[in-house]
Write a protein that binds this ligand. Sequence first.
Ligand code: CO8
Length: 295
Amino acid sequence: MAALRVTVQKLLQARSAVSPLLAVPALSRACHHGHHFEYINVSKAGEKQNVGMIELNRPKALNALCDGLMGEVKTALEDFEADKEVGCIVLTGSGQKAFAAGADIKEMSIRKFQEVFGGNFLSNWSHLADTTKPVIAAVNGYALGGGCEIAMMCDIIYASEKARFGQPEIALGTIPGAGGTQRLTRAVGKSLAMEMVLTGLPITAQEAQQAGLVSKVFPPDQLVSEAIKAAEKIASHSKLVVAMAKEAVNASQEMTLREGVHFEKRLFHASFATNDRKEGMAAFVEKRKAEFTDS
Ligand code: CO8
């Protein structure tokens, strides 16, 4: 642990003094949809309040993902999934330093095999990857271990110039446990994924973008507002058809090309059963803006 910290720190550049959340309206603390949250801030953003915001908020522990925090993330995601107004979700970290520095090592250090295997330890993590509505990760600082893994469960990753991505579990005597060896390899290819998983050393935001892990990199003070802007654009489309598009892209990670192309074709055909497909094409022909009804 100490050795990893020294190595990781050596590779890190100076951090930004600017909070990425300065660019957005103050987030409401603690209560949302009648739920009380201790470890996250939940709110809605965007001109039409159609973007669900989840801010990981344990800054003193660099937003380490304790069991309670991941349980709250699951609840917030369920609330946003059920909220008809919300068309896209943004997940970010509070404070200046971290998106999330991983699963909570202090919480994990005392666990035994019988407990983690028998109790399916940290099973509520996978909820994020099963969300129907698109999720954009706005990675503002460290995304290490489980932090990198939850970013990769999201559909799009935007990063601040100060972000660092890594899978340092090897230095703790364990391996990634929430998709790190699988999603990272699919995202950046075998050689870089293997290097990151075996050395435990992080990569910069720029390297992550070059490798295809991240789609855009922004100055820290613009990150969250840019993520909200993209989320608003997504939310302006038909939620029904957005869900189809997300499902089709995700299928590419699991299916052969032939199966994936067939699945895509079927969803494309299915979109012809929606009012929104009719409206979208009619609006184009009539040279007006489409009014989608999510039907
Ligand atoms: N867990 C618990 N506490 C943490 C964590 C963490 N992952 N990371 C940081 N903290 C705490 C520190 O203990 C410290 O607390 P305190 O002040 O009480 O001592 C506080 O946050 C600040 O941290 P540092 O003083 O270490 O800050 P530095 O700026 O010196 O260093 C680092 C920043 C380099 C990020 C350093 O904190 C570090 O190396 N953190 C650990 C990174 C790591 O190893 N992450 C991987 C964890 S394992 C994992 O994620 C497995 C996921 C499996 C999921 C399975 C789901 C099914």
